[in-house]
Design a protein around this ligand. Structure first.
Ligand SMILES: [Zn+2]
Length: 702
């Protein structure tokens, strides 16, 4: 006789089975939408709907940890930060391409190929040559198992955890594993779009950080981050361009068939790829792109031309490390050589000193260039760029012109005159002491009264993404920072809050040259209305290191008021979604600095608004900080957080003494314990509902 398992066990198993089915369904849906969005750029649903699917999956996986698999969409950012990358031997070398620069050279390449294999009816596949980083992806049984950089072509670095964070890389291919070769490799190019590059640099500009030089280097740096979370925070894209090695038989017999096959499996292939039957058509295609390249969303530096047929490829083979069956048509470089007159140093609003190049004007990339970035001190030292050198200057699209390298051969006979660059030991503007912080590349002017820093700070405070005071540009900022008040040792602006004192000084200001009555009154009106900017704008305006627009919004949403933010403990800051330990510490330190505290106090007195619209309604939970833990029956995590926010409360991620109460559902161990230890009120779901109803909340659908 067999004994039946107890009813609870059966119920549990049923629940698990139902969850398993739902989890698989959700994953399939999310993969489908990822593919539509990230690979095809044709989303079928909105972000909110997508987020709901994602949340539901994450909640289910949290409740049933046994159901978590490494290929779940929730596990894209799952790797821990590593100390170094491990090496990967490429099973087949990643070759480099021979270059041609014009139709004549292309035709010569074609003639050599035809002679060697004695065939004329060749077809060519042409694809834009993305200015990114070549990578290798290995799939086994339909699952992404390893990703590596190209390295020297023979040996690269294992960056699997970072590549997993790219949404355009399917973790599971769109085909039954039995229909696929057991294992195979795909090669592709990872790149950063121009828009993402601009977004990142915009954030960095606002946060007062050094700007990135170009999308390619930024993509490379993002991929080689030891912490996959950083890679995930930047949107990198990918095009695959080749089927690599295949275990067993190749499923296709040409490159174009391979690309269709890979596209069908869900891998992103470049839609601009075209196939041609004659070499003249290929040349016309390549020439056409020289003009059109700037219109693309990503940088390209040429066109890759491949002979389509695999048999022909095999016959042609490889010479050295270059295949005979492919060639790169490279666009003419947008570079020029000119004399570097001087390395000058500018002072930013956080005091950072940035060297830049003052050049003999030169025409490059369609514009006259007389100033160029030298990136940073390491760049200058590594390449040994010296004032007086002839240097290669590059300008591509919207990117700031940059000094690529000195032409060392042109130093001959002048060596004695050219001295290596050294950062000045005092600020070029105020003469203040210059120091380099430990573990940081940057040098700072340490003088907090430095007029260069202050006028840049004022300009930033008034800028559109901050307090938005129209009419307060660079010139006005510098003039007011630089001008002494009559009969006084003080300047009109010596700290940011002095901006709000300006309207009271109307008569005095009118005595300054080039400041007219009309302009001044318009400025005063704009200064007055800037007081109504929400907290998130103010947080951008006062220049906290590492705090850009998005971080400022997250802080303002989370804390609601400046007072709450100023009082926040380090762990409260760390508990905010999307805020990492470095940012948390930076904000914490900022708020505890006496000068910053005094500045905020003066802004309060000036009548500047110090809160954020966290709720349109106000409501029964106004002013309460609430932590939700475990799973609830009535709401998903997303829903209950939205509800709390809508009713005026704040959702916090961590329990502290300031937590008003904890809503605890099923599970939720550690937060429940912490609440008990700290004596914070715990409400179960029923009690929470009761409380809401007592406050007049009605359970009607929104
Ligand atoms: Zn200075």
């Amino acid at each position: 006789m067999t004994s039946e398992p107890p009813a609870e066990v059966i119920a549990e198993q049923r629940e698990l089975e139902a969850a398993r089915a739902r989890v698989e369904d959700l994953r399939a849906q999310i993969r489908h939408h990822d593919h539509r969005y990230y690979t095809l750029s044709q989303p079928e649903i909105g972000d909110t709907q997508y987020d709901l699917l994602f949340r539901e999956l994450r909640d289910l996986e949290a409740r049933f940890p046994d159901l978590v698999t490494p290929d779940s969409p929730t596990q894209r950012v799952s790797g821990e930060a590593t100390v170094e990358f491990t090496g990967v031997q490429h099973r087949e070398p990643m070759l480099s391409l021979n270059n041609v620069f014009n139709a004549e050279e292309l035709t010569a390449w074609y003639a050599r190929a035809v002679r060697r294999i004695e065939r004329e009816n060749l077809r060519f596949v042409c694809e834009p040559k993305i200015d990114g980083l070549a990578i290798s992806l290995v799939y086994e049984n339909g699952r992404f198992v390893q990703g590596a950089t190209r390295g020297d072509g023979l040996r690269g670095e294992d960056i699997t955890a970072n590549l997993r964070t790219l949404r355009s890389i399917p973790l599971v291919l769109n085909a039954p594993p039995a229909s696929l070769p057991r294992a195979f490799e795909v090669r592709g190019e990872v790149y950063m779009s121009k828009a993402e590059f601009a977004r990142l640099n915009g954030e960095r500009r606002i946060a007062g950080e050094q700007l990135y030089m170009n999308p390619r280097n930024t993509a490379a740096g993002s991929l080689r981050q030891l912490d996959p979370k950083i890679t995930a925070s930047r949107r990198l894209d990918l095009f695959v361009y080749q089927l690599g090695w295949v275990e067993g038989d190749r499923p296709v017999d040409s490159h174009s068939a391979a690309m269709s096959w890979l596209g069908g499996l869900g891998l992103p292939t470049n839609p601009l790829t075209q196939t041609f039957a004659g070499i003249d058509a290929v040349a016309r295609f390549c020439e056409g792109w020289v003009e059109q390249r700037d219109a693309l969303e990503y940088g390209i530096d040429g066109v890759v031309i491949k002979i389509d047929d695999y048999n022909a490829q095999r016959e042609l083979g490889v010479v050295g490390r270059e295949p005979r069956w492919a060639v790169a048509w490279k666009f003419p470089a947008e570079q020029a050589v000119t004399r570097l007159r001087q390395i000058e140093v500018s002072v930013g609003r956080t005091g950072v000193l940035t060297p830049f190049a003052a050049l003999e004007p030169v025409f490059v990339g369609g514009a006259n260039v007389s100033m160029a970035t030298l990136h940073n001190l390491d760049h200058i030292h590594e390449l040994d760029i010296r004032a007086g050198d002839d240097v290669i200057v590059q300008r591509a699209g919207d990117v700031i012109p940059q000094v690529v390298a000195p032409v060392l051969s042109r130093r001959e006979g002048r060596e004695a005159d050219l001295v290596p660059f050294a950062m000045p030991s005092t600020c070029p503007v105020c003469g203040g002491e210059v120091r380099r912080n430990e573990n940081e590349a940057a040098y700072y002017c340490t003088n907090r009264r430095c007029p260069a820093q202050l006028s840049r700070g004022v300009e930033h405070f008034a800028s559109r993404g901050a307090m938005d005071i129209e009419g307060f540009g660079e010139k006005m900022a510098f003039q007011l920072v630089d001008t002494l008040r009559p009969d006084s040792t003080h300047h009109y602006i010596e700290t940011l809050s002095d901006i709000y004192a300006l309207p009271a000084l109307r008569d005095e200001l009118l005595t300054i040259p080039r400041i007219g009555e009309k302009k001044l009154d318009a400025l005063f009106a704009n200064i007055e209305s800037s007081k109504q900017q929400p907290l998130s704008r103010l947080l951008v305006a006062i220049t906290m290191r590492h705090v850009g627009t998005e971080t400022a919004r997250a802080l303002a949403r989370h804390f609601g008021t400046m007072t709450a933010l100023r009082e926040a403990a380090l762990e409260d800051l760390q508990a905010v979604n999307d805020i990492g330990p470095i940012v948390a510490e930076s904000v914490y330190d900022f708020m505890r600095d006496p000068e910053n505290a005094a500045l905020i106090d003066r802004l309060v007195i000036a009548g500047v608004r110090m809160d954020e619209d966290t709720t349109a309604l106000g409501g029964p939970l106004e002013g309460l900080s609430i932590v939700v833990t475990g799973s609830l029956d009535r709401w998903s995590r997303n829903e209950v957080e939205e509800l709390i926010t809508r009713l005026g409360g704040k959702v916090s991620g961590a329990v502290s003494k300031k937590t008003s109460f904890v809503v605890a559902g099923e599970g939720g161990g550690s937060k429940r314990e912490k609440a008990e230890t700290l004596g914070v009120v715990l409400l179960d779901e029923a009690a929470f509902l009761e409380r809401l109803r007592a406050d007049g909340w009605a359970d009607t659908p929104a």
